[in-house]
Design a protein around this ligand. Structure first.
Ligand code: UDP
Ligand code: MG
Length: 310
């Protein structure tokens, strides 16, 4: 190990990306060499079940700037990213997807903006045509809902690909939660921010590890991590429903007083019971989501476990 100070730290999470390792590293190293600043590439192997680790170890033989953090199992992208961030030494840190959907060429612009004095440089996708229509619509909906009900606004179409300075990273590491919704955490800390625009490419090899169910849970994680509105809204739903039933009840009493009793009413009774039952269950469900998170958080387990550093 030399004592040269590292300027740029790349953080690259790998999960079953055996076909991407060489392609990715070659591309990134080419860009970094152009910049001519001391760099390191922190590769986190997030419990891959294929040859990712072997490929990374092989790549390291030709490039000592590669650092490999091997997690003990698959902890998910957010945890892998957190692990990578914790092991960086550089003045600026750039997390990047390893499927080349985040174009490495942008690193040059990141650095240019950092040199102008920005602490955070974001990369915003102007073109999501590489995503399916369904993913685009649901992503848009997620940002809309999230930013409506949460004080921490996350910028739309900005992923984890960005530059942050050490100062920002230190702030991020002050946040003690072990379930980490990184997009929200990045946004929460603030700092002087510039935004670049880019076109998101298609994955170069392998396939995405996020299916609809995973994305849905990711969205819920995002909202419950940064907003308590879903909890508080039930007060108002309750008030509204009680108010309506009070009005309806009063109307029934008056009608009985003036027009006498009429027995039929099966259908309306059943519907209102089922409807209210449904609303209550939704309320419980939301409580459950938060309780589950409090429960997991209260265990104070580490976010990830490292098997070894190579
Ligand atoms: N990834 C990871 N752990 C996981 C899932 C994904 O480290 O459990 C990494 C993956 O190797 C890639 C990045 O996270 O570098 C983005 O994953 P992917 O391309 O599957 O997500 P998408 O681009 O479809 O959102
Ligand atoms: Mg991808």
């Amino acid at each position: 190990m030399n004592n040269q100070k590292i300027t740029i730290s790349i953080v690259a999470p790998f999960y079953c990306e055996e076909d991407m390792c060489d392609l990715f590293l070659k591309k990134v190293i080419a860009v970094l060499n152009e910049l001519n600043k001391p760099f390191e590439i922190v590769c986190v192997n997030d419990g891959s079940t294929d040859n990712t680790l072997a490929n990374l170890l092989q790549a390291k033989k030709n490039c000592p700037n590669i650092k490999i953090i091997n997690l003990s199992r698959n902890f998910g992208k957010e945890a892998a990213l957190t692990a990578g961030l914790d092991y960086t030494k550089g003045e600026v840190i750039i997390p990047i997807d390893t499927d080349l959907q985040d174009p490495p060429d942008l690193i040059k612009e990141f650095i240019a903006h950092w040199e102008e004095g920005y602490d955070v440089v974001l990369a915003k996708r102007i073109d999501r045509s590489s995503d399916s229509i369904a993913k685009r619509i649901t992503a848009h909906l997620f940002y809309k809902v999230h930013n409506k009900i949460s004080h921490t606004k996350i910028p739309e179409n900005v992923g984890d690909y960005r530059l942050i300075t050490r100062k920002v990273l230190n702030a991020i590491r002050e946040l003690p939660e072990n379930q980490r919704f990184m997009k929200g955490i990045f946004a929460w800390v603030g700092f002087r921010t510039a935004t670049l625009e880019y076109k998101r490419d298609k994955r170069k090899a392998g396939k995405t590890s996020f299916n609809v169910w995973k994305l849905w849970n990711f969205a819920i994680e995002g909202i419950t991590s940064f907003s308590t509105v879903p909890l508080q809204i039930w007060l108002y739903v309750g008030i509204l429903v009680s108010l309506l039933s009070f009005i309806y009840g009063s109307y029934m009493i008056l009608r009985t007083l003036f027009f006498g009793v009429d027995v039929p009413g099966y259908a309306s009774l059943l519907t209102s019971i089922l409807f209210l039952g449904g609303i209550q269950l939704i309320g419980f469900g939301v409580l459950g989501e938060y309780m589950g998170r409090i429960y997991m958080e209260s265990k104070r387990r580490p976010t990830y476990i490292v098997e070894g550093e190579y």
